[in-house]
Design a protein around this ligand. Sequence first.
Ligand code: SF4
Length: 320
Amino acid sequence: MSRIVTYSSAYTVVPTYECFNHCSYCNFRSDQGKSSWLSLSEAEKQLLSLNNQGIIEALILSGEVHPKSKYRQAWFQLIHSLCRLALSLGFLPHTNVGLLSKSEMKELKQVNVSMGLMLEQITPKLLRTVHRNAPSKIPDLRLQQLEWAGELRIPFTTGLLLGIGETVNDWTETLEAIANIHQKWGHIQEVILQPYSPGRQQELNGGGFEMNLLPEVVAIASNILPSDITLQIPPNLVTQPEILLACLETGARDLGGIGPLDEVNPNYPHLHYQALVKVLESRGWQLIKRLPVYSEYDDWLPENLKDIVSKWRMRLLMSK
Ligand code: SF4
């Protein structure tokens, strides 16, 4: 059995924390007008400051502006411009900004090597609880995004959010839905199994996901998902090394983006990189850097992106 675990060295760029949804567990959002939008010059400053830190991926992560808002076009243009800026500075953009129209997805494909949207859970019962004020979390709308991504041949990352009031049966149904869509289009490169952990701002009652159960979820996902989908767990949320290692034994093979700061869960710092390597090596696992697009999908990319990706592949090869 291969003992390789991958990660992406990523820096998160946040166009805005503003979001019209109110997911009751959210540690990220702010109300409209409460957080200024990122300017291109500030973004450039941030990206230039990463010189020599080995960062490859620019993860564009944003709160959502309502599709009918008069600010929607400006929001979308900002995201598009940030992707172009990141590309011009040699980074590989991966955008995850919530629900998009099909034409918005099509435009972003031209400036992203991959994109993402968490499916979270497809059970509609969460619309009466944690998602009662989050219209973007209607399961059918999110499934539609996954379909469009497949139709548009966009290498895609999705995942489950765990511990928000779902049952074991709900995990299975959500995983089966992902497997079915992937069987049709073959575009899901990875599935994140993200345990919800309470932060400072959340309103959700309860203690979040019972971390001891994570290896079991990984095992269930390994059984349901096709083997060409990589299972990802976020290492910063697995504060107990034994659980992280157990997740690897049951099928997880990727640790997602590792970078200077986790924007979604700022209260849960990453294990220091060297400490992480030590934990992994103690059981014979080797940690390897990857690109935000898996090599099977390089042919799907627009020509200008193929060039920059192949240069990065060469650099990674030479650095081994
Ligand atoms: S979880 Fe995402 S969609 Fe929900 S409120 Fe937070 S930023 Fe908005």
